[in-house]
Design a protein around this ligand. Structure first.
Ligand SMILES: CC(C)(COP(=O)(O)OP(=O)(O)OC[C@H]1O[C@@H](n2cnc3c(N)ncnc32)[C@H](O)[C@@H]1OP(=O)(O)O)[C@@H](O)C(=O)NCCC(=O)NCCS
Length: 265
């Protein structure tokens, strides 16, 4: 399973052959000053959606997704986090629609309770998914609905102590794949099986590349990248990020603007 360490710098150019997954804890935005500062950087529509959500937990999760997404995209560009504009493709997958220069970037988000992950790349279409592994699931019933017969048979052959773990790994891998394709519920997930070796490492499948990662002892996450034709290989990296580093990104954009205006004057 992948580790969080990366020697690939988070630069715009690195994204041509790499996908970077940034993991964040939504609770970091709970302090009113931090929350309000970031709310003011959302679009009017996003703020309206935030206010309409019925529970504090849902609002916190939604805000974390918007903030992580904006800060992550700004990490690679000289764009202030508040300037990103998003749209949706035909099946609802979020995309960047402005600024124009950065529309080639692809990103995807996943939320589970106390964890939000945003993945970005320019190497192809990308999807990410995470699940809490402590939840109780009737593995064979769910697998019957969503897994191919081959995958069901493989699960059934595993010792029972390994079955739930492998089920969640397969689930997040398939879900990441579906999210990379962007088709959501329109895609029949039983059509897809991601091969894993004895250690659980997922194998590439055609232009699809995968990475499995354990954000905590209670979570499993997967990333899937559907490589563009001209990209031979994609490296997938995982990082943990804090709200403090988001402020550093905003500051860095301010410094760039200050330097620009000094140069112009
Ligand atoms: C959105 C979907 C793709 C995933 O939802 P989910 O697993 O409940 O939720 P996640 O937290 O992982 O992802 C939600 C995020 O995905 C993104 N998303 C929305 N629609 C998407 C789509 N069509 N494709 C990719 N990503 C999408 C959004 O950013 C969303 O977060 P936001 O609303 O805060 O912006 C949903 O259509 C779905 O549940 N599909 C299920 C497909 C399936 O059958 N899976 C079985 C796998 S074995």
């Amino acid at each position: 399973m992948a580790t969080a360490v990366s020697n690939s710098l988070p630069t715009w150019d690195a994204l041509l052959t790499a996908a970077h997954a940034w993991q964040f804890c939504p609770g970091e935005l709970r302090a009113a000053t931090v929350r309000d500062r970031w709310l003011s950087r959302l679009s009017r529509d996003e703020r309206a959606r935030y206010r309409q959500l019925p529970t504090e937990k849902m609002r916190e999760g939604y805000l974390a997704g918007r903030v992580l997404c904006r800060a992550t995209l700004s990490r690679y560009t000289a764009v202030d986090p508040s300037r990103w504009r998003f749209g949706e493709d035909v099946y609802g997958k979020p995309t960047v629609v402005a600024p124009d220069d950065f529309k080639s970037i692809r990103f995807n988000l996943t939320h589970t309770g106390d964890l939000t992950i945003c993945i970005v790349t320019r190497a192809g279409e990308v999807g990410v998914d995470a699940e809490e592994t402590s939840q109780t699931v009737d593995v064979s019933t769910v697998a019957r609905h969503f897994f191919s017969r081959t995958a069901q048979a493989r699960l059934a052959r595993l010792p029972s102590r390994e079955r739930a773990a492998r089920f969640f790994e397969q689930w997040v891998l398939k879900e990441a794949c579906v999210k990379a394709l962007g088709k959501g519920l329109a895609y029949a997930p039983e059509r897809l099986t991601v091969e894993q070796d004895d250690r659980g490492e997922p194998a590439a499948n055609g232009r699809f590349q995968f990475s499995l990662y354990r954000p905590s002892s209670n979570h499993v996450a997967a990333a899937a990248v559907l490589r563009r034709h001209r990209v031979a290989q994609v490296s997938i990296y995982w990082w943990t990020v804090s709200a403090e580093s988001f402020e550093a990104i905003v500051e860095a954009q301010r410094d760039t603007k200050r330097t620009d205006s000094v140069r112009r004057s």
